[in-house]
Design a protein around this ligand. Sequence first.
Ligand SMILES: Cc1cc2nc3c(=O)[nH]c(=O)nc-3n(C[C@H](O)[C@H](O)[C@H](O)COP(=O)(O)O)c2cc1C
Length: 170
Amino acid sequence: LPFPTISVVPDRAFDDLVAAMDSAMVVVTVATDEERDGCLVGFHSQASIDPPRYAVWLSTANRTARLAQGAEHLAVHLLEDGQHDLAELFGGASGDDVDKLAHTTWEAGPGGVPLLLACPNRFVGNIVDRHDADGDHVCMVLRPTDSSCRPAGRPLRLGAVTDIEPGHPA
Ligand SMILES: Cc1cc2nc3c(=O)[nH]c(=O)nc-3n(C[C@H](O)[C@H](O)[C@H](O)COP(=O)(O)O)c2cc1C
């Protein structure tokens, strides 16, 4: 992704600034009693230190967001820079059309939430709050429970996945 050094057009400047932040990409997975899914997410951040809280923003268009409304847990998986294929699977297709989890290996974690075996850097979070801000994404506030962190390569960043067409438009 080309990062411009100067942008003075107001709307464009916001987009350029966010692109320059070059977020690490994660896959967020979810399960209800009957269904499971996951999607690629760039909108995510730690949101409190004590108590520890993590926020992810899910597009209301996404099946993952619909399932998350009835779920107790989400799992957040950090992608590494060699994992463009996983980003494409979870970001370029919707669970409305494709069983994404049939195309990768996983095991059930707390509440059945899928844990992707290819992504050992991950945590499971209890959904403790949901915020429907005035926008097209819903904020899910997580209390981290089970975390696993292994020495890893570099994160897969937004600039490396701009070729992926989202499975659901925002
Ligand atoms: C670079 C990139 C970043 C994305 N960031 C988010 C995000 O922060 N939140 C989100 O809900 N969807 C995000 N998406 C879109 C979903 O990953 C995508 O629409 C997915 O196909 C939805 O799958 P689902 O309907 O099975 O949930 C992003 C997609 C791409 C390509």
